[in-house]
Design a protein around this ligand. Structure first.
Ligand code: AMP
Length: 473
C-alpha cells in the first residue's frame, strides 16, 4: 500500500492551515469553529480536498484522528452544492456504515453539529433498541443515514429504507467491521447500492479481507493515511506501578483519593473485573461507574453522561465498551490490568491525549504481567518509569522470571500462526492480537479492542492521489 503514497506531510503544520483554505463553504467552516476547532487535523487536511473533488477515498486512520470530520465536512458541502434542497427531495443521499451503535451515534452527532447551518436531515439507526423511533425518523425523509449493518438490512428488508439513490457511501472502521463478523452484511449492503456513487473507505489497518473489500468498492481512489498509533504517545506521561494482584484495588483507591485526578478512565480486562473494581471504589466512597458489554445501552449511556458531566470522576471500562466513546478531558488513564496486546495499551492511553491535550497514564503490573509490559515497552520504544514510592510496591515482579510464552495462551498462539499479519496505517507491520468480537451480553471473556483513539492533530498524514490527479499540498 505504501508504495502508492506519493505526497507526504509529516508533523509539520499543514499547508492548508484553515478550514476555509481547504475550500469549505462558510456555513460549514462556521459550524466547525463553533465546535472549537481552530485548524484541521492531518487526516482532514489530506482527505477533504479529494472528497470535495468527488473522488473515492481510502483513508487509513483510526478514531481519534478527526476522521469523522474528514468525511462529514466535505460530504455536507457536496450535498449543499448538489442542488439538493434541504426542504425538498428526501431520498437518502448519503449512507455511513459503521460497526457499533456508539460510533453510529457519535457520527450522527457530528453531522448534526457540522451541518447545523445547512438544514439537511440525518438520522442514526442501530440494533439493540426498538425500531419505532428510527422508523418514524426515516419516514419523515432524511438526507444522511448513519447505520450499523444488521439494523440497516432489517429495515431494507421491511422496505422502510431504500438505498437505490445513495450518492455518497462511507464504510467506516472497515477492519473492525470484519473483526466483528459483519463481512456478509457489509457485502449485502454494497450489493444494494447504485453502481454510480462516491465511496469513502476508512480503516485503521488493511488486512487482506479489508483490502479485498476496498478493491471491490473503490474506483481510482486517493489514499490518505495517518501514522501508526505507537508514535503518538509522546504527549502522555506514563508510569508503571509494580504491585501484587491482590493489592491492586487498594493501590487504585489510594491513587484516586488524590483529587488532582479530575477525570480517570480505568481499564479492566474483564467485565466482572470492572464490576469488582466499581464495588470496591464505591465502598471507599469514590463515585464511579462501569461500562461493559453486560450493561444495557441505557445503563451505559447514563454512566457516560454522568462521567461527562463530572458527576462521577471515575469510569471503569473494558476495552470493547470503551471503543468509540468520545470523551475529551480525560486527565488520567489507569490500566488496572495490563493488556496482552501491546497496541491496546497505546489505544487506551490515547484516551487522555485527545484534541492535542496531554495526559497521564498509570499502569499496574503484577508479577504475571511483566511479559505484557515488556511487549508494550518494545512497541512504544522506551522504558516506562516505575513509581516505587507507594505502600504496595512489590519487588516480586523484579525477581520473577518472565514465564515463557506468557502473553498468549495456546489458542491465541495457534490463531496467530494461522492468521496473516494485517498491515498498519503508515506501513508498520501489526503485531499479533487476539481476534476481537463484540460480546454484548454474557461471559467474562477478556474484551480486547482492535483499535483505539489517539488525539487528533497527532500523527503525520500521508496522501496519495495516484497519477494525473495528484495535487500539490
Ligand atoms: P474522530 O477521530 O472523528 O472520532 O474525532 C476525535 C475527536 O477529535 C472528536 O472529539 C472531535 O470532536 C475532535 N476533533 C475533530 N476534528 C478536530 C479539529 N480539527 N480540532 C480539534 N478537535 C477535533
Amino acid at each position: 500500500m505504501n508504495e502508492n503514497l506519493t505526497s507526504i506531510t509529516r508533523n509539520e503544520p499543514p499547508q492548508n492551515s484553515s478550514f476555509e483554505q481547504l475550500g469549505l463553504i462558510e456555513p460549514i467552516a462556521r459550524a466547525v469553529h463553533d465546535e472549537g476547532y481552530t485548524q484541521p487535523t492531518p487526516i482532514q487536511t489530506a482527505a477533504i480536498p479529494h472528497v470535495l473533488e468527488g473522488r473515492d477515498l481510502l483513508g487509513l486512520a483510526q478514531t481519534g484522528t478527526g476522521k469523522t470530520a474528514a468525511f462529514a465536512l466535505p460530504i455536507l458541502q457536496r450535498l449543499a452544492k448538489s442542488g439538493r434542497r434541504p426542504q425538498g427531495d428526501r431520498s437518502i443521499g448519503v449512507l455511513v456504515l459503521t460497526p457499533t451503535r456508539e460510533l453510529a451515534s457519535q457520527i450522527g452527532d457530528s453531522f448534526g453539529a457540522y451541518g447545523k447551518h445547512l438544514g439537511f436531515r440525518h438520522t442514526v439507526i442501530f440494533g439493540g433498541v426498538g425500531q419505532n423511533a428510527q422508523e418514524k425518523a426515516l419516514r419523515q425523509g432524511i438526507d444522511i443515514l448513519v447505520a450499523t449493518p444488521g439494523r440497516l438490512l432489517d429495515l431494507v428488508t421491511q422496505r422502510i429504507v431504500h438505498l437505490s439513490r445513495i450518492e455518497i457511501f462511507v464504510l467506516d472502521e472497515a477492519d473492525r467491521m470484519l473483526d466483528m463478523g459483519f463481512v456478509h452484511d457489509v457485502r449485502r449492503v454494497l450489493a444494494l447500492l447504485p453502481k454510480k456513487k462516491q465511496s469513502l473507505f476508512f480503516s485503521a489497518t488493511m488486512p487482506p479481507a479489508a483490502q479485498a473489500l476496498a478493491d471491490d468498492l473503490l474506483h481510482d481512489p486517493a489514499t490518505v493515511a495517518v501514522n501508526p498509533v505507537s508514535s503518538t504517545v509522546e504527549l502522555i506521561t506514563q508510569f508503571v506501578y509494580f504491585v501484587e494482584k491482590n493489592d491492586k484495588r487498594s493501590l487504585l483507591t489510594d491513587i484516586l483519593s488524590d483529587h488532582k485526578i479530575k477525570r480517570a478512565l480505568v481499564f479492566s480486562r474483564t467485565k466482572h473485573g470492572a464490576d469488582r473494581v466499581v464495588r470496591y471504589l464505591d465502598h471507599a466512597g469514590i463515585k464511579c461507574d462501569a461500562i461493559h458489554g453486560n450493561k444495557s445501552q441505557n445503563n451505559r449511556e447514563r454512566a457516560l453522561a454522568r462521567f461527562k458531566a463530572g458527576e462521577s470522576r471515575v469510569l471503569v471500562a473494558t476495552d470493547i465498551a470503551a471503543r468509540g466513546i468520545d470523551i475529551d478531558d480525560i486527565t488520567h488513564v489507569v490500566n488496572f490490568d495490563l493488556p496482552n496486546v501491546p497496541e491496546t495499551y497505546v489505544h487506551r492511553i490515547g484516551r487522555t491525549a485527545r484534541a492535542g491535550a496531554s495526559g497521564v497514564a498509570l499502569s499496574f503490573c503484577d508479577a504475571e504481567e511483566r511479559g505484557f509490559l515488556r511487549d508494550i515497552e518494545r512497541l512504544i520504544g522506551r522504558k516506562i518509569d516505575v513509581i516505587k514510592e507507594h505502600a504496595f510496591h512489590s519487588t516480586e515482579r523484579e525477581r520473577a522470571p518472565v514465564p515463557q510464552q506468557q502473553q498468549r495462551g495456546p489458542r491465541q498462539q495457534q490463531q496467530q500462526r494461522g492468521r496473516q499479519q494485517p498491515q498498519r496505517a503508515g506501513g508498520q507491520q501489526q503485531r499479533s492480537r487476539q481476534p476481537a468480537r463484540e460480546q454484548p451480553q454474557g461471559g467474562d471473556a477478556a474484551e480486547q479492542p482492535r483499535k483505539r483513539a489517539t488525539g487528533p492533530g497527532g500523527g503525520r498524514a500521508f496522501s496519495s492521489s495516484r497519477g494525473r490527479r495528484n495535487r500539490p499540498r
